[in-house]
Ligand binder design. Structure first.
Ligand code: PLP
Length: 399
């Protein structure tokens, strides 16, 4: 909105939503949109989930904030539950994904520092990665479009090509502390890293004394049909950053680590004012109540298959619009045969919300609570959008 007081940093669509109901968003004009953008994988349980609303309002009536100067029982509880459900022994709560990554990077660097190797501070990352917008995380992501104009790049990140494990091995030096990777690249274009590659990275880290860091900010919390995407591979990291889905729309994140990897994170070396705040913790616990319910993740897997099969049929029918379907679980990508921005607009015209990503992909990130009927409706709208674009191409050719 030009003329507004806000920084012009976002290319916003001319839409304003007044309320949300499950998988649906309703504009200030009363128009309904099927939300397969999910706040970019944030609204894990859709909009206004009754269990989340109850948890937040109950906590809001009791206590909002006390600071980490004191014990926060809800924080301890959520930390214990994340530890019980994962490889991790320790958790640090943050307000965002980028802060979770900052904590992960600091944890890796401090580990080597306290082990007597302060020279080991460099981290290997992969092309197409996205780790956030702080100064360190834009350096980790390595994308020029996010680094340009912000002064010297934060030192200590070495990037290799996506899924090039030989290159990662060659990039290791006596200064290398860790390897950082998204098991499924989100913003990079919904690109899952092959299991074999993650296994090789784990081996490399073990052989060379490096820490393996997973960024599951986007692909975690049930998005792929397991609580965390890496569970499909049998490979566990030493450190992991999460955010987005764990808050279901309430801003929060966390850095998880093994006892060993967290060795250097002792009293006073790191902190946060808001991270782990009682409101966020109440919601995080409520999200886990639902996602960890018996059968919930199996149902996500079933629905994901339904959506993927339906999308494959649409891609077969409209190859001039959709080249390929990629991704896993409810984190699917339409690799577009024409500019993805055009496809995104066509979907929006059908009142279906999606998110463009790198590599000319459109991301579909519906809530994990999406119903079979809503999947059917979304497929109808995607088909409608693709048909409109194909018809336009034919009309143009006939001129
Ligand atoms: C994989 C990944 N890491 C980190 C981030 C940064 O999270 P935030 O925007 O909450 O700082 C994102 C956000 O899109 C992400 O997708």
């Amino acid at each position: 909105m030009s003329g507004s007081a806000l920084y012009e940093t976002f290319a916003r669509a001319p839409l304003a939503f007044d309320r949300g109901e499950g998988t649906w968003l309703v504009t200030d004009k009363g128009e309904r949109y099927l939300d397969f953008a999910g706040g970019i994988a944030v609204n894990s349980l859709g909009h206004s989930h009754p269990h989340l609303v109850a948890a937040l309002t109950e906590q809001a009536a009791k206590l909002w904030h006390v600071s980490n100067l004191y014990e926060i029982p809800e924080q301890r509880k959520l930390g214990d539950r994340l530890v019980d459900a994962t490889f991790a022994d320790k958790v640090f709560f943050t307000n965002s994904g980028a802060e979770a990554l900052e904590c992960a990077i600091k944890t890796a660097r401090r580990y080597h520092f306290v082990k007597g190797h302060p020279e080991r501070f460099r981290i290997i990352t992969f092309e197409g990665a996205f780790h956030g917008r702080t100064l360190a995380t834009i350096a980790a992501g390595g994308q020029y479009k996010y680094l340009e104009g912000f002064g010297p790049k934060v030192e200590g990140f070495d990037q290799v090509a996506f899924d090039d494990i030989d290159a990662a091995e060659k990039a290791i030096t006596p200064e290398t502390a860790a390897i950082l990777i998204e098991p499924v690249q989100g913003e990079g274009g919904i690109r899952p890293v092959p299991t074999q590659s993650l296994k090789r990275l784990r081996q490399l880290c073990d052989q060379r004394g490096l820490l393996l860091i997973f960024d599951e900010v986007q692909c975690g919390i049930g998005r792929t049909g397991k609580l965390f995407a890496h569970e499909w591979t049998g490979v566990t990291p030493d450190i992991m950053a999460i955010a987005k889905g764990i808050g279901g729309g309430f801003p929060m994140g966390a850095c998880l680590a093994t006892d060993e990897a967290a060795t250097g994170m002792t009293a006073g070396v790191h902190g946060t004012t808001f991270g782990g705040n009682p409101l966020a913790m109440a919601v995080g616990n409520a999200v886990l109540d639902v996602v960890l319910e018996d059968g919930f993740l199996e149902d996500v897997q079933r629905k994901a298959l339904l959506l993927k099969q339906g999308l494959a049929a649409v891609a077969d029918e409209f190859p001039d619009v959709i080249e390929d379907i990629r991704g896993t679980g409810l984190m699917l990508g339409l690799k577009c045969a024409m500019p993805n921005t055009k496809v995104n607009m066509a979907l929006r015209d059908q009142h279906l919300l999606a998110v463009p990503a790198g590599d000319n992909v459109i991301r579909l990130l519906p809530p994990l609570t999406v119903t079979d009927e809503e999947i059917g409706e979304a497929l109808k709208r995607i088909r409608g959008g693709a048909k409109g674009l194909t018809d336009a191409i034919a009309a143009e050719a006939a001129k």
